[in-house]
Design a protein around this ligand. Sequence first.
Ligand SMILES: Nc1ncnc2c1ncn2[C@@H]1O[C@H](COP(=O)(O)OP(=O)(O)O)[C@@H](O)[C@H]1O
Ligand SMILES: [Mg+2]
Length: 234
Amino acid sequence: MLEIKGLTIRYGNFLAVNNVSLSIPKGQIIALIGPNGAGKSSVVRAIGGLNVFQSGQISFLNEDLVQTEPYLRIDKGLSIVPEGRGLFPRMSVEENLLMGSYSLKDKGLLDELLNRNFELFPILKERRQQLAGTMSGGQQQMVAVAVGLMSNPKLCIFDEPSLGLAPIVIEQIGDALMSLKKQELTVFLVEQNASLTTRVADQIYVLSAGEIKYHDTPANLLNSKEVLETFLSI
Ligand SMILES: Nc1ncnc2c1ncn2[C@@H]1O[C@H](COP(=O)(O)OP(=O)(O)O)[C@@H](O)[C@H]1O
Ligand SMILES: [Mg+2]
């Protein structure tokens, strides 16, 4: 569904992402894991069109994504939930969700998408009138995930959804991702959290200092002492 080939990103002289290639097949949860500063968000921003990159190709649904203006990528079925959530704190949960649906062509889908999100996170239904900024970190992350789904995407990218959350909430986010996979959404999960990614992902790419060091299934990565010691303990 999404293919990245030879992506290289520099900030001035600093090489943040070096020749990264990865493939996100339809219907899978693909994880990109790496420590702080590894270059994960740079890759995400490049997919969103928010980073200029020096070389490489990104294709989505077999089309060169660079040809599509960043603000139109959502129309193609690409949704990104950014690091830090990007909510409107002084708007209600429901208003935030509606903001997520602004690009939706078929407004007839609106109720169905809202209901799907309320099934995924029942607490959001209870709290639909609450201002997003007054909710707990975990609930805000649920709102952010839900906002990302309101455009009815084919691929949804989550940049560090577990950041700062308690283990029990991270587990709920993981459950939600697995139930999205059952609904045939393709997920790109960008994370530092090894237990979340190894639990939910079909394949994991390990990014370190801008380079892909390993690419394998969670089971194989967890069997490798070297990987465990070096990367998955982050
Ligand atoms: N706009 C920028 N200008 C300069 N350096 C940046 C910029 N954005 C990120 N970096 C640097 O690039 C590296 C990768 O950052 P980032 O992609 O945010 O990593 P991650 O998301 O894995 O923490 C870091 O060293 C960071 O300081
Ligand atoms: Mg980041």
